[in-house]
Design a protein around this ligand. Structure first.
Ligand code: IPD
Ligand code: CA
Ligand code: CA
Length: 264
C-alpha cells in the first residue's frame, strides 16, 4: 500500500503542478489549442502538467506503471498503476471558466486504493486512501443524507463525442428536471464526483467517460460513504464508460430511471 508519507508527497506534487496550471491560465492564448478530435481539445498545458506529474510520481514511487490521458499506458509490470488526468475540464480552462482539476487515482492489483482531485480555481484538495475516509483540505467529508428525490440536486456531464444515445440521455434529463431540484453541468467529471463526496449534490451521472476522468474521484466518493456503479449497476465504471455516483440512498431510484430511459 501507499505510505502516509508518499500520499503527502503526491499531495504536494499536485499542489505544485496546480500552481503551474494556474499561472499558465493568466497568459493562455486560444492559438495554443490543438484538436485531438471534434470537441476534444488539448494544449501544452495538459501535456506539461502530465509530464510533471509522471516525473514527480516516478520519484515518489519508483518503477510504477502509468495510465495517463495524453501519453497512454506505461507498464513496468508493477501492481501499482497511477491513472492520471493532468487537466480535467480542459474546455473550461480554455474558455477561462471555473472549474478545472488535476485528478489522480492509484490502483493496486486493479483495485483503487488512493485518490487526489485538486480543483485549481477554488484551491480545494480532495483526497482519499482506501479504508481511511475522504477529506477536503484535510477535513473529513461525507455524502449528503438527503433521500427525498425532490430535495436532491443532480450533476451530469453532457456527451461530448458519441451521440448515439443522445435522445435517451435527454429523456433521462427530462425526468431529472421534473423530479429533482435540478441539474448542474460543472464541466469536469473529477469535480462532479467530489461534489457528491462532499454532500453538495446527491448524485452525478455521465455516459462516455474514460478511466482517468473518474479514477481519483470514484474512490473519494466511496470513502465519503457514497456508492459508485456503472449504468448497469455493476462495478465496471472504470472500463464501461458510464458512471453513476450517489449518496447511496437514491442510487437504486436513479438506476431504475436510467434503465427505463436508456438501452444499457
Ligand atoms: C472531460 C470533462 C467533462 C466531461 C467529458 C470529459 P477533459 O474531460 O471531465 O466534464 O463531460 O466527458 O472528457 O477532456 O476536460 O479532460
Ligand atoms: Ca477528463
Ligand atoms: Ca484531461
Amino acid at each position: 500500500m501507499i505510505t502516509r508519507l508518499q500520499a503527502e508527497e503526491v499531495r504536494e506534487l499536485v499542489y505544485e503542478v496546480g500552481e503551474y496550471i494556474r499561472s499558465e491560465r493568466v497568459s493562455f492564448e486560444s492559438s495554443a489549442v490543438e484538436h485531438k478530435d471534434t470537441h476534444d481539445m488539448v494544449s501544452y498545458v495538459d501535456k506539461t502538467s502530465e509530464k510533471k506529474l509522471i516525473a514527480g510520481i516516478e520519484r515518489i514511487s519508483p518503477a510504477s506503471s502509468f495510465r495517463a490521458e495524453e501519453t497512454g499506458m506505461q507498464s513496468t509490470g508493477s501492481p501499482y498503476q497511477w491513472i492520471i488526468d493532468p487537466l480535467d475540464g480542459t474546455t473550461n480552462f480554455i474558455h477561462n471558466i471555473p472549474h478545472f482539476c488535476i485528478s489522480i487515482g492509484l490502483q493496486f492489483n486493479d483495485q483503487l486504493v488512493a485518490g487526489w482531485v485538486y480543483e485549481i480555481c477554488t484551491d480545494e484538495m480532495y483526497t482519499a486512501i482506501k479504508g481511511e475516509g475522504a477529506f477536503l483540505n484535510k477535513k473529513k467529508i461525507e455524502v449528503s443524507k438527503t433521500n427525498a428525490l425532490h430535495d436532491c440536486l443532480m450533476a451530469t456531464g453532457f456527451p461530448v463525442r458519441a451521440y448515439d444515445q443522445l435522445d435517451e440521455y435527454l429523456q433521462l434529463q427530462k425526468w431529472m428536471i421534473e423530479n429533482t431540484r435540478g441539474l448542474r453541468r460543472m464541466g469536469t467529471a473529477a469535480y462532479d464526483l467530489c461534489m457528491v463526496a462532499s454532500g453538495k449534490v446527491q448524485a452525478y451521472f455521465e455516459p462516455g467517460l474514460s478511466p482517468w476522468d473518474v479514477a481519483g474521484g470514484a474512490l473519494i466518493v466511496e470513502e465519503a460513504g457514497g456508492k459508485v456503479s456503472d449504468f448497469a449497476g455493476g462495478e465496471g465504471f472504470m472500463e464501461n464508460a458510464t458512471i453513476l455516483a450517489t449518496n447511496t440512498y437514491i442510487h437504486n431510484s436513479i438506476l431504475k430511471e436510467i434503465h427505463r430511459c436508456m438501452h444499457i
